[in-house]
Write a protein that binds this ligand. Structure first.
Ligand code: OGA
Ligand code: MN
Length: 279
């Protein structure tokens, strides 16, 4: 494969690009890492196809972009705890993370990015959708933008729709931390630390209420924002194949894995990269 020139093909008008011309099982130059990082900042989620990498190579590739975190609630692979298996078994009905969300937004410092490698796929279905949170912010009215400015919202591990999606895994693989609620308040309008652009930072999976307000008081406006931020024009949908990898900016993008492959198993390997406290 040609040494040091990758190409980038946008996938929709709002978000997502495929990166072509790279073999992640061969040595990757610093320049390639920089081009991938820039593509992720420009397109919010980037995809690779037809890659044949081991879990060790997955971890090593992710480490080129930052410090790797462990998923707080479910144990990682026995030999590589930084890789969290994301599994739905054939008899299960709920898929892990099967709601619109930003990963682990309940942490004080949520991850900046997530790299997901397909390991075992159903014969059809199991696509993942992504949505552009800059666009979600920019398309609000000036009145709502200024109302949201300065507001903070609480994100919790205990929001029912998302916590239900973890239950099957928690039965056998819960970490010690999984038994306690983890919650953090973050700005509703967040400034991306690398691009300096503002984005909408609430999500249906984890955001429970505005700070200093009740769940009931918060619900009408939060529910409006949850609907607004995932409209089709802000999204793309990725069809996984063996060897596919998705690598998303967990600040600029939200995602939602579609639960439409009942009766089949799906296994992904997930690595997250440390991020900063939202501001
Ligand atoms: C995740 C997640 C999406 C998928 O790993 O954080 O939401 O497609 N997974 O399985
Ligand atoms: Mn997720």
């Amino acid at each position: 494969m040609a040494g040091n020139s990758i190409s980038i093909e946008p996938m929709s008008g709002a978000i997502g690009a495929e990166i072509l011309g790279i073999d992640l099982a061969s040595p990757i130059t610093d320049q390639m890492i920089e081009e991938i990082r820039k593509a992720q900042l420009d397109h919010f989620v980037v995809f690779f196809r037809d890659q044949d990498i081991t879990p060790q190579q997955h971890l090593a590739f992710a480490k080129r972009f930052g410090e790797v975190l462990e998923y707080p609630l479910v144990k990682g692979l026995e030999d590589i705890p930084q890789i969290a298996p994301v599994i739905k078994l054939a008899h299960e009905t709920v898929n892990f993370g099967g709601v619109w969300h930003s990963d682990t937004a309940y942490l004080p410092e949520p991850p900046k990015a997530t790299m997901l490698v397909a390991r075992e796929l159903p014969p059809y279905g199991g696509d993942t959708m992504f949505a552009n949170m800059y666009k979600a912010y920019e398309t609000l009215s000036d009145g709502l933008k200024s109302m949201l400015e300065g507001l903070r919202a609480v994100n919790s591990t205990e929001k029912a729709d998302a916590s239900a999606t973890r239950e099957d895994r928690l039965k056998t693989s819960a970490t010690a931390a999984a038994s306690e609620e983890i919650a953090s308040a973050h700005p509703v309008v967040r400034t991306h630390p690398e691009t300096g652009r503002k984005l909408l930072y609430v999500n249906a999976g984890h955001t429970t209420r505005f700070e200093n307000m009740t769940v009931e008081e918060s619900a009408p406006l939060l529910n409006y924002l949850f609907q607004h931020q995932i409209q089709p024009e802000f999204t793309c949908r990725f069809r996984w194949q063996p060897g596919s990898i998705a690598f998303w900016d967990n600040r600029a993008a939200q995602h939602n894995p579609i639960n439409d492959y009942h009766g089949f198993k799906r296994v992904m390997h997930r690595v997250t990269l440390a991020g900063d406290a939202p501001s």
